[in-house]
Design a protein around this ligand. Structure first.
Ligand SMILES: C[S@@+](CC[C@H](N)C(=O)[O-])C[C@H]1O[C@@H](n2cnc3c(N)ncnc32)[C@H](O)[C@@H]1O
Length: 237
């Protein structure tokens, strides 16, 4: 049963992965995001968009988990002030706004910010969120803090990848958990087990506890075995 549901999810994700407009149904309406994937689009931006110009499977897992968070007892979305790292197209932060979050700060490398702004504007009236509560900010991981804090939660999807700077990411989470937010949730897609283990060690070295959420808390259809949701908190002595 689980395998069949996972296959359906992967087919669903694949069918929207290579379209200019990615669509994801939400209780409030269908979220529609522009993706840039054709080489012509990417060339136009001088190849600087990297991996963030399309929606990744991890994002589906996080959005479907956010949708059932109340039932899962982890997090109540309505009223939350959220910071997102590595937002890409904005899929997760904007879904959280549709689900009733109070505000979101979407962040990524500067060349992607125009896409975040465009996607935030495109969905505001159809999904019923206040565009003024969506900020877009340039944040390369390290130790700087964007404006708009403190936050109730930090989210990040598919940000542990061998080609990314895991030390900078661990530094960023540690800095945010030091008084700017109490908890971070991130999805991790296991493409390389060593990369995942190293990231967890880097977080632990910086005084964070990393817990994998139980599978039962995730949406059964949107929880392939290789994608996990991790919760990061600062260890208080
Ligand atoms: C695999 S994509 C995931 C995008 C989106 N979160 C999703 O799940 O669809 C990883 C994102 O992390 C961003 N990223 C990678 N390294 C980064 C860094 N050092 N600082 C800030 N963002 C970074 C990329 O630009 C990209 O948007």
């Amino acid at each position: 049963m689980k395998a069949m549901e996972t296959l359906q999810f992967q087919a669903e994700a694949r069918s929207t992965a290579s379209t200019e407009f990615f669509e994801m149904p939400l209780p409030q309406g269908t979220m529609k995001l522009r993706q840039l994937m054709k080489s012509a689009d990417l060339d136009e931006y001088d190849g600087k968009l990297g991996t963030g110009s399309t929606v990744w499977d991890s994002a589906w897992v996080m959005v479907r988990w956010l949708e059932r968070c109340e039932a899962a007892g982890e997090l109540q979305i309505p009223g939350l002030r959220i910071l997102e790292l590595g937002s890409g197209t904005g899929v997760v932060g904007l879904a959280a706004m549709a689900l009733g979050a109070q505000s979101v700060v979407l962040t990524d490398f500067e060349p992607l910010l125009f896409l975040l702004r465009e996607n935030a504007e495109r969905n505001a009236s159809s999904l019923g969120y206040d565009l003024e509560q969506v900020a877009v900010s340039d944040l390369a991981w390290g130790s700087s803090i964007p404006e708009g804090g403190p936050w109730d939660v930090v989210i990040a999807c598919d940000v542990v990848v061998p080609i990314f700077d895991s030390e900078a990411l661990a530094d960023q989470f540690a800095t945010l958990l030091d008084g700017h937010a109490p908890v971070c949730y991130m999805t991790y897609e296991e493409r390389n087990a060593e990369c995942g283990r190293r990231f967890v060690c880097l977080c632990e070295e910086r005084g964070m506890e990393v817990i994998e959420l139980a599978r039962e808390q995730l949406d059964p259809k949107y929880s392939p075995d290789d994608i996990k949701i991790l919760r990061l908190r600062k260890i208080v002595a």
